[in-house]
Design a protein around this ligand. Sequence first.
Ligand code: SF4
Ligand code: SF4
Length: 317
Amino acid sequence: MEYRNLGRTGINVSRLCFGSLTIGPLQAGLSLDEGAVLLKYAAEQGVNFFDTAEIYDSYAYLRKLLRAFPNKDIIISTKSYAVTAEEMKASLDKARKELDRDYIDIFLLHEQESALTIRGHRAALDYLIESKEKGLVKAVGISTHRIAAAQAAAEMPEIDVIHPLFNIQGLGIQDGTRQQMENVLTGAAAAGKGIYLMKALGGGNLLPQADEALQFAFSRPFVSAVAVGMKTPQEVDINVLTASGLPVPDELKKRVSKALRHLHIDPWCEGCGECAEVCPQGALFLGADGKTHVRQEECLLCGYCARACPYFYIKVY
Ligand code: SF4
Ligand code: SF4
């Protein structure tokens, strides 16, 4: 496994970052022991960088990982939707308590949209900056699906890390093209920001071209690390090999591609119906709860609906 400096944070991260959303209750719902075993397996393969968020509900798995490797330098990045200083204090206290750790390596404002939204979260950001001065947080930043927010963060000296959505097809970038995002991130890296990507596999929608998509993400010069959600040891093996620039045996690829996959619609779906309009199978329907649902038995996993959702709420895993 190769390691890189995360911008000017002084934090050295493995190129493969384990995205822990996949193991928790919002996705695969692995038991605490199953999830912790998988995280430990990844750490044994050289992964030292683990991404989470307050909303992912995965701190308990990570606590087990930290306890299993008390002497290993495990880097945890988390994020919160906190707006006020009080809310951010509660988020930071919760993370430190549930991870059973005095400090958090990287703390991000979750899903920022623009300079305006970052300004709206100023009190929460200032609380993080004060916490950094006290040694409770080592680096602060934002996560975002938008070019406008990445641009704004690139221009803010107090931001250390940007965690942007970026993939080979630009799938899910909400306000422009892949090339525009790439230009902004290149400038951000030149300004010293640490950049680690999310959604390099387009929320599972790019799995049919997973090799190409991951190689593309790891090869971007502005990228320190790429966060990838994983839920089996075989997926860890494939991603560790790809992150290390090594070929993946066909047999391993076959075992992973045969795993049963489903379309998943995030519970915060707004029921706008744009996805259902493009489904060639008529597999999507509006439920009594006002959200769109899928008849899995009719779904071909073609991905058209994911591209149609303006909020990137449709994933495959
Ligand atoms: S993946 Fe394709 S078939 Fe399945 S619900 Fe979406 S558009 Fe319809
Ligand atoms: S397009 Fe997105 S928000 Fe709209 S109904 Fe479909 S999943 Fe929900």
